[in-house]
Write a protein that binds this ligand. Structure first.
Ligand code: NAD
Length: 543
């Protein structure tokens, strides 16, 4: 309970308010009698009311707004509802609904949350960070809003993403909400429609460029290190114009990572390995075609190639098994204008522009969509894939749902039910020829909350590639034979907290092994990390 608040002030403090769950004794001791209806309720009853209210809302966006308003009244009840109904509420607080929430951010805005650092704040970023009232801050998720999901530049509207990610840090990763800080770096937006929107809440100016952008980022990161030493900084939804460079610049300076590149990489490697448990194939025998050559695709391709090398292939051989195709066609050596971060993935061969043709020529066994373009995996594309491959692995990772490269129904139908399918956004099970096929949700939510928890538990000073390999292996180990039997290559989302714990133990163990930890290794890391995990507490009811 926060400080010595009593009476109406206590009920208005969202971090301390337990509403009808305050006991009779507390109502007397804290001056609450008369200010609450007489019923004393359990948290379970309160959560049941939340769920009942959500059911009565007309749309998922309304449900999102209702949940955000609830959080302004009681963070405890919000967190408790999220924890108790994780699988049900995840699509509301996170993808896909968070995509709509970002698009409508200015319209549905109710109360500020997190910190806004803008292009106008050069020279006083430290001052702004010191202004943050809650604390101590342990985890920051920051975006500049330049590539929100597959929705492009949403400027300051992108704040919905750090907020949603940190909700998962708390619900899945057990990192207390009071120690989580969402940050919007508002450097302007090149989205002219948004700048003309009367409800837009961000700076109405074009994005900062080059040196001005870098200087603001540098001031922000330095201020973070100074104001919140030991904090974990997660870069989120930065366009690939800056994402790779920022990661390269800061990964050796503080404990930071880019979830779109590294988190997706670990999630993708785990997904491929789990799919191979169904097909019986070996990773080193696969041919992977990525559609999209941005952060997600390059993140997964890098991890897969490194895993192939660890399993005995040369880097050259691994490279020959991973192909990437973007808007300009296949990544091939000598392609004009190929940016530095794509060059290691280019192959020495003739160009190929068309996806269907690329499938016929390269005969992939694994097709991964990370393009942000809905419906790229058309019927002819999936027919071409299924023609040469008995059990094709198809991942449509792009979010939100409308941006998925294909739906679950399409993936199964167009491959005669032979595909092993997973998507970034949730899809319902599909009935086909008397079988129920359950698509997995290939989502970073299986990785980043556990990575964050493991980094904080070990007090990691840096985030290494080895940690993401350990995270991928830990996630893959959580997939049960029963999941695979239904075609699902991820654990159920009701197990996200369990998965986060396993990932955290793997990450922290790597930090302790590799000399990157500042916290002593406990005798039983799993028990110690579990004990450290936040649960929305209701002390009176527990008594
Ligand atoms: P990005 O902007 O860095 O990359 C997109 C890539 O797709 C670019 O290389 C672009 O050239 C390519 N592309 C666009 N249209 C194409 C087309 N018609 N044909 C071929 N290539 C095309 O974005 P990103 O960070 O890599 O994310 C891509 C998508 O993946 C987004 O929708 C994002 O939400 C999703 N994603 C999902 C997860 C997950 O957990 N499921 C994780 C990360 C990203």
């Amino acid at each position: 309970m926060s400080g010595s608040l009593t009476g109406a002030a206590l009920l208005r403090d969202a971090t301390a308010n337990r509403g009808t769950a305050f006991s009779e004794a507390e109502r007397d001791a804290l001056g609450l009698r008369g200010l609450l209806p007489p019923a004393v309720e359990t948290p379970e009853r309160q959560v049941a009311r939340v769920i009942d209210n959500l059911k009565r809302q007309a749309s998922d966006l309304d449900r999102y707004c209702w949940l955000m308003a609830l959080r302004e009244r009681s963070e405890l009840l919000f967190q408790r509802a999220l924890l108790d109904h994780l699988a049900e509420l995840l699509p509301l607080v996170y993808t896909p609904t968070v995509g709509q929430a970002c698009q409508q951010f200015g319209r549905i805005f109710q109360a500020p949350r997190g910190l806004y650092v803008t292009a106008r704040d050069r020279g006083r970023v430290r001052e702004l960070l010191r202004r943050w009232p809650a604390g101590p801050v342990r985890a920051i998720v920051v975006t500049d809003g330049s590539r929100i999901l597959g929705l492009g530049d949403l400027g300051a509207n992108g704040m919905g993403i750090p907020i949603g990610k940190l909700d998962l840090y708390s619900a899945c990763g057990g990192i207390a909400p009071g120690s989580c800080l969402p940050v919007m770096l508002d450097v302007g937006t090149d989205n002219a429609t948004l700048r003309d929107d009367p409800f837009y809440l961000g700076l109405r100016q074009p994005r900062l460029q080059d040196d001005d952008y870098d200087a603001l980022l540098e001031e922000f990161v330095s201020a973070v290190q100074e104001c919140f030493p030991g904090v974990l900084l997660q870069f989120e939804d930065f366009s690939n114009r800056h994402a790779f460079a920022l990661l390269a610049r800061y990964r050796e300076r503080l404990c930071c990572f880019n979830d779109d590149i590294q988190g997706t990489g670990a999630m993708g490697l785990a997904a491929v390995n789990s799919a191979l448990r169904i097909t019986g194939g070996k990773l080193t025998g696969q041919r992977l075609l990525f559609v999209g050559a941005g952060e997600a695709a390059l993140g997964i391709a890098t991890m897969v190639k490194a895993a192939m090398v660890a399993q005995g292939l040369s880097l050259e051989q691994a490279r020959e098994r991973c192909w990437l195709l973007d808007t300009q066609g296949l990544l091939v050596a000598g392609r004009p204008g190929l940016p530095a971060h794509k060059q290691p993935h280019a192959q020495p061969r003739a160009p190929l522009a068309d996806l269907e043709q690329a499938i016929s020529v390269l005969q992939p066994t694994v097709l991964i969509g990370a393009s942000g373009m809905g419906q790229l995996f058309s019927q002819p594309v999936l027919h071409a894939l299924a023609r040469h491959c008995e059990r094709p692995v198809v991942f449509a990772l792009s979010n939100p749902t409308a941006k998925a490269e294909c739906s679950a129904q399409q993936a199964y139908e167009w491959t005669e039910g032979r595909a092993i399918f997973a998507a970034g956004s949730p899809f319902a099970p599909v009935e086909l020829a008397g079988r129920t096929l359950v698509p997995g949700q290939a989502n970073n939510a299986y990785i980043f909350p556990g990575v964050g928890l493991g980094l904080l538990a070990s007090g990691a000073t840096r985030v290494s590639d080895a940690m993401f390999f350990a995270a991928a292996a830990a996630l893959a180990a959580q997939v049960k034979d029963a999941d695979l039997a239904s075609g699902r290559i991820f654990p159920g989302q009701d197990r996200l907290r369990e998965v986060a714990l396993a990932v955290a133990v793997a990450v922290a163990t790597t930090a302790w092994r590799d000399g990157l930890a500042t916290q002593p290794r406990p005798d039983d890391p799993e028990l110690a990390i579990l004990a450290s995990m936040y649960r929305p507490g209701y002390p009176a009811c527990a008594a």
